[in-house]
Design a protein around this ligand. Structure first.
Ligand SMILES: [Zn+2]
Length: 339
């Protein structure tokens, strides 16, 4: 959902900054940890299914204590309901287990993504199984849903899923389109309000300078995806927080199977610190606001991860482990992070 083939043409593929910005970017890239000691992070949008155990280890080392994995498309369309079922089941099953093995609390949002809403026959079937999965433990919202090409079918299933979120009292994670962003974002918010959703229950994702003011003015949460080398880099994120403060703003990595950086949040926090953003504002946009918005699901208890998870790699999930032959399990019941 976060990448599309047209993106490369629409956006500069190289970092376009001053020499000074280049230097700071390099410093943050290699040495962010020197600035983020003692900070903890909550990434409310990361597709770990597409990432490796090295990424989990790096996230844990960088202070990421909790994550939300939204259901999205897989880079190619699914051909049947069973693929959706297995994918949703993996988000509440194996992937959550895998995350726990690195001391990171894993939550997810479940929904029919906008691209695959365009296969209406399949979309109808997916709608039927959503309520079952939305009731599972650790599911903190309906997402990521919304518009991609802004077709009639996308609108139909966006509306249907807003109704479902309202019925079930769950927050909504809204993917805004990369093309016609401003129009698509306004349309997404107007439809959510039309369906009677409270703005504080809706997280509007993938914002930029053009959309942020209206999103905040209307009372929604505004999420920003930090894309490496592209349109929403972390330098620009710093400017947004300087201008708008930190209320209802959150950053995420949206890391997936495309070129993306799961460490985008700690790196942005380091840059914010270098640029003189206050500790409270940094905490709000890299941890607290993600927690507060999705905790409205009733599914998140900060006590579960604030002091670190107990790591026991000798545990298994349906008989399967993250270990390979000959590897010793790490059993670390009292430490905050594994090292
Ligand atoms: Zn995504």
């Amino acid at each position: 959902m976060c990448q599309n083939p047209n993106e490369a043409k629409l956006n500069p593929s190289h970092f376009e900054g001053s020499n000074e910005e280049h230097q700071t970017a390099q410093e943050v890239e290699g040495g962010f940890a020197a600035y983020t000691q003692g900070m903890k992070f909550f990434d409310p949008h990361v597709h770990m299914t597409s990432r490796t155990t090295d990424d989990y280890q790096a996230l844990a080392d960088a202070g990421v204590v909790a994550i939300i994995e939204p259901a999205f498309w897989l880079g190619q369309p699914r051909t049947g309901l069973a693929s959706f079922k297995d994918y949703f089941a993996s988000l509440v099953g194996w992937e959550r287990f895998r995350s726990s093995q690195f001391g990171i609390k894993h939550y997810c949002t479940i929904g029919l993504n906008s691209r695959e809403a365009n296969n209406e026959a399949l979309a109808e079937e997916v709608m039927d199984i959503l309520p079952l999965f939305l009731q599972k433990e650790g599911v903190v919202g309906v997402g990521e849903i919304g518009f991609d090409d802004q077709t009639a079918a996308e609108e139909k299933y966006y509306r249907a899923q807003l109704e479902l979120a309202k019925e079930m009292g769950l927050p909504v994670q809204v993917h805004t389109p990369h093309r016609d962003k401003k129009k698509g974002t306004e349309r997404s918010m107007a439809i959510a309000l039309e369906h009677g959703l409270a703005p504080h229950m809706v997280v509007i994702d993938h914002n930029n300078e053009e959309t942020v003011k209206s999103v905040l003015d209307q009372g929604f949460y505004a999420a920003f995806t930090i894309y490496p080398f592209t349109k929403m880099g972390n330098e620009r994120m710093v400017e947004i927080v300087k201008q708008y403060g930190s209320e209802r703003i959150m950053v995420n990595s949206a890391a997936d199977w495309g070129i993306s950086d799961p460490l985008a949040i700690p790196k942005t926090a380091a840059l914010m610190k270098i640029k003189g953003i206050s500790a409270v504002d940094i905490q709000n946009v890299t941890y607290q606001n993600a927690l507060d918005s999705f905790a409205q699901s009733g599914q998140i208890n900060e006590k579960d991860f604030i002091h670190g998870l107990e790591i026991d790699q000798s545990l298994k999930f349906n008989g399967n482990t993250v270990l390979r032959g000959g590897q010793a399990p790490r059993v670390d019941k009292n430490s905050i992070f594994i090292r």
